[in-house]
Design a protein around this ligand. Structure first.
Ligand code: 1PX
Length: 211
């Protein structure tokens, strides 16, 4: 429900993501995504195909985290090491591990780039800016490159139904527009840091194109 959601909750989770030595805790990463999904669920049924896919991916990671090898899934760093050391990742084409932790998290990681771009453009937007345009620009500069035509079209259709900027600021449930903008300014560096650490780790291990 719209009133249960708050922008603050999302950021608290992404803040908790980073350990002292800059590893990314999967537990808080997926908790951040759960909050985002609950926000998306307030936007109407055209978004449900997106939130369903996000939930599926969150559940895959949760299962690893609570499973018998869960300790290896404490951080993104430990997951990458464990799955690579034990050859649990399909590196070039589909094989025995279509739902590895590494490839599943990569999908969310790419979506985090979308979030980063979208929130930054919301933060710097003016009264006349359109959320649908900001959303689709962020999408085209990130996730769209990894998705087929049909999904891109469905996503574009959903974006057109987004509430206008004022209503969008209201549903973020973080006070006045000025307060929302201030909160975005605080939170974006955190999200960017989590994104960049993951990106560097994946790049170093040649994991950015996992099938
Ligand atoms: C405070 C503002 C917050 C806004 C919250 C919005 C949360 C957005 C969550 C998006 C999560 C998307 C996960 C997508 C993962 C993905 O790329 N999956 C594809 C590939 O997976 P596969 O297993 O097949 O390799 C999959 O094909 C995806 C299908 C669903 C469509 C994805 C379209 C993504 C659009 C993201 C923009 C969300 C718009 C929210 C509007 C505010």
């Amino acid at each position: 429900m719209a009133d249960c959601f708050s922008l603050q909750n999302i950021f608290e989770n992404f803040k908790s993501c980073l350990s002292d030595n800059k590893e990314v805790y999967i537990k808080y990463y997926i908790a951040g995504w759960r909050e985002l999904v609950s926000f998306m669920n307030t936007l109407g049924s055209l978004f449900s195909f997106i939130s369903k896919d996000a939930v599926t991916k969150i559940q895959i990671l949760e299962k690893f985290l609570t499973g018998e090898n869960g300790t290896h899934y404490t951080t993104v760093q430990s997951m990458v090491k464990y799955e690579l050391d034990n050859k649990l990742v399909d590196l070039t084409k589909g094989g025995n591990y279509p739902a590895s932790g590494c490839r599943t998290l990569l999908r969310l990681h790419r979506a985090l780039r979308w979030l980063q771009l979208f929130l930054e453009s919301l933060r710097t937007s003016t009264e006349n800016s359109k959320t649908s345009v900001m959303c689709s620009e962020a999408y085209n500069a990130s996730l769209a490159q990894h998705q087929p035509w049909l999904i891109r079209k469905a996503a574009e259709m959903a974006f057109c139904t987004l509430p206008g900027r004022d209503a969008f600021f209201d549903v973020m449930n973080a006070g006045s527009h000025q307060e929302v903008i201030a909160l975005l300014g605080e939170a974006l560096p955190l999200i960017s840091e989590v994104y960049q650490i993951t990106e560097d780790l994946y790049a170093k291990n040649n994991l950015l194109d996992l099938p």
